[in-house]
Design a protein around this ligand. Structure first.
Ligand SMILES: [Ca+2]
Ligand SMILES: [Zn+2]
Length: 233
């Protein structure tokens, strides 16, 4: 069966119910913008402009297969001021956070317990609210042929989940004011694009797309600016 609808989710739908944003973060820090939202409910309010972020993989095979999907996004993030680069292979105990600054990719069967969904989670409540990276679990179904996903959605999923680990949440809003924040209900940029962080998916729809939109970059810039506002290096 071919399914092209809901492709990725995260545990954020679960987490949203847990707690209000930390009180100390509310006053001066940017927490959202027209096309982005920061994961304050997970205690992440900034991205360090100086500390390194490193993308690691659970195996050499994953590194080989996943790197092409992430290279453009890493260039964009670096250009925006994030010190991010590819690292190597490391083993992580299930359910734990990787070493500081690592964004660790694994491949598991239905990490959210739902077919076709992948999961990206930041390490919660990092000191000072500075993103420490996290774990991305890509659904193995995309790669063994058991779940159809278009090339552009797969590419966007890689980037979407990575941005969760840096502290971006779904920016969905009740734009039509029907009282419900719906899937795909996200602002668009001048070119009609939804942010790649839109739930369940957004971003460029060209084949092989794996880029942040300008709206997502606004979110990254806000995370970096929050660090500077707090004097965080
Ligand atoms: Ca609505
Ligand atoms: Zn998501």
């Amino acid at each position: 069966m071919r399914r092209t609808g809901l492709i990725f989710g995260t545990a954020l739908t679960v987490v949203c119910a847990l707690s209000a944003p930390p009180a100390q973060a509310a006053a001066t820090l940017t927490t959202k913008g027209p096309g982005f939202k920061i994961s304050t409910q997970l205690g992440v309010t900034s991205v360090s402009p100086t500390r390194p972020y490193t993308v690691t993989f659970a195996s050499a095979d994953l590194k080989r297969r996943y790197t092409p999907y992430l290279a453009t996004a890493l260039s964009q993030l670096a250009a925006a001021g994030v010190r991010i680069s590819f690292g190597g292979v490391e083993t992580l105990r299930r359910g734990t956070c990787p070493p500081a600054g690592h964004i660790h990719y694994v491949e598991t069967y239905r990490p959210l317990g739902r077919g076709g969904f992948s999961k990206g989670m930041p390490c919660a409540d990092p000191p000072g609210g500075v993103a420490l990276g996290g774990v991305v679990a890509m659904d193995s179904e995309y790669f063994d042929g058991s779940w159809y996903i278009s090339r552009h959605k797969l590419s966007n999923t890689f980037v979407h989940e990575m941005l969760h680990t840096l502290g971006l949440d779904h920016p969905n809003l009740d734009l039509d004011e029907d009282g419900v924040v719906e899937t795909y209900e996200c602002v668009t940029d001048k070119g009609g694009l939804k942010p790649v962080m839109c739930s369940p998916n957004g971003g460029y729809r060209t084949s092989g797309a794996a880029e942040l939109t300008g709206l997502d970059l606004d979110g990254i810039k806000a995370l970096l600016a929050n660090a500077r506002k707090q004097g965080i290096d």
